[in-house]
Write a protein that binds this ligand. Structure first.
Ligand SMILES: NC(=O)c1ccc[n+]([C@@H]2O[C@H](COP(=O)([O-])OP(=O)(O)OC[C@H]3O[C@@H](n4cnc5c(N)ncnc54)[C@H](O)[C@@H]3O)[C@@H](O)[C@H]2O)c1
Ligand SMILES: O=c1ccn([C@@H]2O[C@H](COP(=O)(O)OP(=O)(O)O[C@H]3O[C@H](CO)[C@@H](O)[C@H](O)[C@H]3O)[C@@H](O)[C@H]2O)c(=O)[nH]1
Length: 464
């Protein structure tokens, strides 16, 4: 919405949310999320044509176009629990729109939703419409966190799905005109509603599948002495495959991939196509396997026990350049190490101690609900410290795990870290950010995802 306000000074954009804290933060000097470039754009438009408000109903009532970007979590109970999208927030937003509207409106699905959601939303709106005409459009969002501003300014494509009726096509044209202020027209793709909804789930499934494919290869590389970076480079040189998004890692995280694939799996099951559901489920299963394989490598390398040992965790965010921790692989890895009674010293340049403790105390899928609805869990207080300085964290540590690919982790003084650690000193690189040879030269025993193994690790039973 900030990008629309920035590119279209003649359009008034009001961002409304039921969360008072979030709106206060959007109106303050400290925005509630860290995203490179976002501060400048928000601050240049705020209180000119970009406004943030909790007065949801009055602004919705006034609007011509309403973008609905509410959370669409994975259901935690009842029918479809653990897979299906929970549309509670969407449904309540749709009912509110129907209640407060006094004029015709275009309602845009910006959240990622199951295919056919527009049909359900249409029913809610038209059954309560008091003669008002609502047009539903699907306009899924493809930005990635950390590069959101660049992705929004120069998108690969903008997708708009609408009804194939004259009214539907008029609404599509109105939304297209907004994006056409800065996106070349041939990159604004229009299609039917169901294709647009499904394309979003399909795109995320394809992206995540590339990572799981590389992560599956990384296990085979470790078993054979191949190097996953070299394999990825060779594979990506094929112009049909392409070089991007082929980095092996400790696993993909983020609020979207797992949620959207599970949602796709559920839709397949509901349509009776279990073979297709199983195919996509494997992408998530390989991701879970990759995280537990990493924990097993750490524990088995350190004499099969980390009990009482200090392990430094470098990076908690789900990727670099964001403070977002939703579904970060660091949560599962930390839980695995804590289960084996390790003492963790966690450092991340952007994630707060509060957030880390909350994440480690929250049950699976609960993070995607407002905090007041999430039952408080118990955090391991004694076995966990969050430290502001990686060198301080390294003092007396037995091992270092790199779980986020922050640029600063490439240029840390690893000799200083090694000197401060117990020996033998281990480094487990879940993001392939350090130079393995240089680390070995310092004296570390090194494990780097999908790279040829040190003799120390090679001789151990394969970590399952
Ligand atoms: N985060 C991303 O990078 C990204 C990218 C593409 C698509 N999406 C999709 O966008 C949607 C939102 O994602 P997010 O990361 O912004 O989630 P989020 O949980 O950070 O934000 C959702 C917001 O909606 C508010 N909300 C809930 N119900 C409301 C209501 N009835 N009225 C007003 N506000 C309400 C919540 O208070 C919350 O602030 C999801 O469907 C997600 O899959 C997210
Ligand atoms: O080669 C790669 C690329 C990414 N990742 C990991 O994959 C996860 C997701 O990364 P990324 O896709 O860059 O960030 P998201 O913000 O989750 O963006 C994804 O999810 C969004 C929400 O649906 C979509 O809009 C974006 O197009 C889609 O890339 C992160 O943990 C990354 O570290 C890898 O392990 N290897």
């Amino acid at each position: 919405m900030a990008m629309i306000a920035y590119k279209c000074p003649d359009i008034k954009v009001v961002v409304v949310d039921i969360s008072v804290n979030r709106i206060s933060a959007w109106n303050s000097d400290h925005l509630p999320i860290f995203e490179p470039g976002l501060d400048d754009i928000v601050k240049s438009c705020r209180n000119k044509n970009l406004f943030f408000s909790n007065e949801v109903e009055s602004h919705v009532s006034d609007a011509e176009i309403v973008f609905v970007s509410v959370n669409t979590p994975t259901k935690t109970r009842g029918l479809g629990a653990g897979k299906a999208a929970d549309l509670t927030y969407w449904e309540s937003a749709a009912r509110m729109i129907a209640d407060v509207s006094k004029s015709d409106k275009i309602v845009v699905e910006k959240s990622t939703v199951p295919v056919k959601t527009a049909e359900a939303i249409e029913k809610i709106l038209t059954h309560n419409s008091k003669g008002i005409n609502f047009q539903i459009l699907s306009n899924p969002e493809f930005l990635a966190e950390g590069t959101a501003m660049e992705d929004l300014a120069n998108p690969d494509r903008v997708l708009i799905g609408g009804r194939e009726t004259p009214e539907g096509q008029k609404a599509v044209a109105a939304l297209k005109a907004v994006y056409a202020k800065w996106v070349p027209e041939n990159q604004i793709i229009t299609m039917n509603l169901w294709s647009a909804e499904l394309s979003k789930l399909a795109a995320n499934a394809f992206l995540a599948q590339r990572i799981s494919s590389m992560n599956a290869m990384s296990a085979l590389c470790e078993a054979t002495g191949a190097d996953v970076n070299e394999v990825g480079f060779a594979v990506g040189k094929d112009s049909r495959i392409g070089a991007k998004f082929l980095n092996a890692s400790v696993g993909f995280g983020g609020s979207c991939f797992q949620k959207d694939i599970l949602n796709l799996v559920y839709i397949c099951e509901c349509n009776g196509i279990s073979e297709v559901a199983n195919y996509w489920r494997q992408v998530v299963q390989i991701n879970d396997y990759q995280k537990s394989r990493f924990v097993n490598r750490v524990v088995s390398s350190m004499f099969n026990t980390v009990s009482g040992k200090k392990i430094v965790v470098l990076g908690f965010a789900f990727k670099k350049d964001t403070g977002d921790t939703r579904e970060t692989p660091a949560i599962d890895v930390c839980h695995g190490l804590l289960r084996d009674k390790a003492h963790l010293a966690i450092y991340d340049p952007q994630v707060t101690e509060d957030q880390i403790r909350r994440d480690l105390a929250t049950s699976k899928f609960d993070w995607d609900h407002p905090q007041h609805l999430v039952p408080a869990g118990v955090t391991e207080k004694t076995n966990l410290s969050v430290i502001k300085d990686p060198y301080e964290a390294a003092k007396g540590a037995h091992g270092v795990c790199i779980l986020t690919e922050w640029n600063e982790f490439k240029s840390l003084d690893y000799q200083r870290i090694y000197d401060a650690m117990e020996k033998p000193a281990f480094i487990f690189d879940g993001r392939n950010v350090v130079n393995v040879q240089a680390m070995r030269k310092i004296g570390f025993i090194v494990y780097s995802i999908g790279k040829p193994l040190d003799d120390w690790i090679k001789d151990l039973p394969a970590a399952a």
